[in-house]
Design a protein around this ligand. Structure first.
Ligand code: HEM
Length: 469
């Protein structure tokens, strides 16, 4: 039976091509791999036939250090059933190639053909499309031509570091490491993962496995209003360089280093609260209006105060908030997933743009309570898997986050840019002064507090391809 890409997959009952696909697919694509401690290496291959041979040997050498999607899912299942005494958990190693990487390998004619992948993120056309800063302003590791990315992640620092060492031992000859990143998970008092502005992150994800959907149905606020189930075709594409198109799949991978000015974001929260004359406990709502959730993850469209964090709620749409007087149109999560309310496409078509986010925070926080907040050096290593970079990541950044006119506000003034990730000039926007009441007030746009420091588009090929090198 061919792999059915038109719906989520039940991995436990998968047989035939679907089972082989799971054995040939890299981990972390269909389901996020734990990566509290994450290393990222940006690698450049050498030139000519010798460079290609060394690059091939490096990629083939990675295979024994990697696990398949199926092995990962079995590990998670074993852990769930038996705790750590069941199947042992091993570090995650993932590898992706750029278009230039395929060229250096001598595989230009078998490289994936997504238009954004072919352009790359450093390309002038890509940068002007997304309003990204000049490459000269990017961090050093991203300014040169990158050919591969290697991710090494684990729940604990020891195994992650040991596995990184094994990867580094393979980097011989003409292979150069252009840059290294270290990601480290952050958690709040409830144990939920957060980003540097202090908000729960990674809660809302498309789910590609029927078992994950079942867990969501049973273990959370449910899936009856917002169904996160997504078809495999939203994340998997046939790997054109692998032996068998029926079983060998990969996924396009976005990496963007996004620096967060935490002090400026806190100021923006305070300024919005002042401008709207929010008092006492209600001041927290200012930050929630920028993000669309309170710090503890409570969706602002559902309630005016935090507290819905156990579990963090995700079973909602904006259907009962059509005038955006609870959650503003421009709030980050409403911009990046309007949940059927964007107004430009039918809900089903609108969902096409969602991607699987696999980001991790970077940078050490040394500030204690009452200390000055960091202005730089910390942020998000934004990572996401896509089946179509133009229609998913680029669409979200360009047509939604950077577009002052999205979502369609009906008769209201334009919503303005996404206050968290919008890039471009920021017109003033209207914000609800009182939760749930149609009393909007125009306020100058909050300053841009997230700065792109570099990034690239990759394809994470199938293990079958890597084994064939
Ligand atoms: C959700 C923060 C960058 C797309 C969220 C959430 C937070 C957050 C706090 C809510 C948690 C959740 O619903 O999972 C940030 C920060 C960023 C950043 C601080 C940069 C430093 C991006 C980028 C994109 C993006 C670059 C895409 C272009 C999304 C999407 C959601 C989300 C799609 C889920 C919305 C939903 O389904 O309701 N982000 N984010 N984010 N973010 Fe971001």
């Amino acid at each position: 039976m061919p792999v059915d890409l038109s719906e989520p997959l039940s991995w436990k009952t998968a047989t035939g091509d679907a089972d082989t696909m799971l054995q040939n697919l890299q981990a972390n694509i269909l389901k996020g791999h734990v990566r509290e401690h994450l290393h990222i290496l940006l690698v450049q291959f050498g030139e000519g036939p010798a460079g290609a041979a060394e690059a091939r040997a490096f990629l083939a050498g990675l295979v024994p250090l990697m696990k398949s999607a199926k092995e990962h899912l079995e590990e998670v299942e074993g852990f769930k059933r038996n705790g750590s005494s069941g199947v042992s958990n091993t570090p995650y190693v993932g590898v992706g190639l750029t278009k230039a990487g395929y060229d250096r390998l001598g595989l230009s004619d078998r490289a994936p053909s997504d238009a954004a992948f072919e352009r790359g993120m450093r390309d002038d056309g890509t940068r002007s499309k997304l309003n990204d800063p000049d490459v000269a302003q990017w961090e050093a590791g991203y300014r040169e031509e990158i050919h591969a990315v290697v991710l090494v992640g684990d729940a604990e620092p020891g195994p992650a570091d040991a596995r990184l060492k094994k990867v580094e031992e393979l980097l011989t000859g003409s292979l150069r490491v252009l840059g290294k990143e270290v990601g480290r998970g952050m958690r709040n008092a409830n144990g939920d993962g957060i980003e540097h502005f202090g908000y729960v992150d990674g809660r809302s994800q498309p789910l590609f496995l029927k078992e994950d959907l079942e867990d969501e149905r049973r273990g959370t606020d449910g899936v009856s209003v917002w169904d996160p189930g997504e078809e495999l075709s939203r994340i998997l594409v046939v790997d054109p360089a692998a032996p068998d198109a029926a079983t060998d799949f990969g996924s396009y991978f976005v990496l963007r280093k996004l620096e967060q000015n935490v002090r400026a974001f806190r100021k923006a929260e305070e300024e919005l609260a002042d401008a709207l004359k929010l008092d006492n406990d209600d001041r927290e709502r200012a930050g929630a209006m920028l993000v669309g959730r309170f710090k503890d993850g409570t969706p602002l469209t559902l309630q005016a105060t935090p507290g819905a964090h156990s579990p963090v709620m995700n079973d909602f749409t904006y259907a009962s908030d059509g005038a955006a007087d609870k959650c503003p149109f421009q709030a980050h999560i409403r911009k990046t997933n309007p949940r059927g309310s964007g107004g430009f496409e039918p809900p089903k078509a609108e969902r096409r743009h969602l991607m699987a986010r696999r980001g991790q925070t970077y940078g050490e926080r040394t500030d204690g309570p009452g200390d000055e907040l960091p202005e730089g050096g910390v942020g998000l290593l934004f990572m996401a898997f896509n089946a179509d970079l133009v229609d998913q990541f680029e669409f979200t950044q360009l047509n939604w986050a950077n577009n002052a006119g999205f979502p369609d506000p009906g008769s209201e003034p334009a919503p303005g840019l996404d206050p968290v990730i919008g890039q471009g000039s920021r017109p003033p926007a209207t914000w609800p002064r009182v939760w749930g009441q149609e009393e909007g007030q125009e306020v100058p746009a909050p300053a841009q507090t997230v700065t792109m420091k570099g990034g690239e588009y990759f394809f994470m090929p199938s293990l079958a391809f890597l084994r064939s090198l």
